[in-house]
Design a protein around this ligand. Structure first.
Ligand SMILES: [Zn+2]
Length: 61
């Protein structure tokens, strides 16, 4: 009956609520691995940038 199914989730990074809709890539991942994406695109970019900055600072000593 419920063709249009979604799963409510919250991004761990910024506590932003979001929905994973059936048929989407994220929903498939959730079904197979029981793990939804926990970082949104914005935070993902920021985290990557910070990781690079940390690496550069670390390399310098
Ligand atoms: Zn976020």
């Amino acid at each position: 009956m419920a063709d249009f199914f979604y799963y409510d989730a919250v991004f761990k990074c910024c506590k932003q609520p979001y929905r994973i809709y059936a048929g989407s890539e994220s929903f498939q991942a959730l079904k197979e691995n029981k793990q939804a994406p926990i970082v949104c695109d914005d935070c993902s970019d920021r985290i990557r940038f910070e990781a690079i900055m940390n690496f550069m600072h670390g390399a310098r000593g």
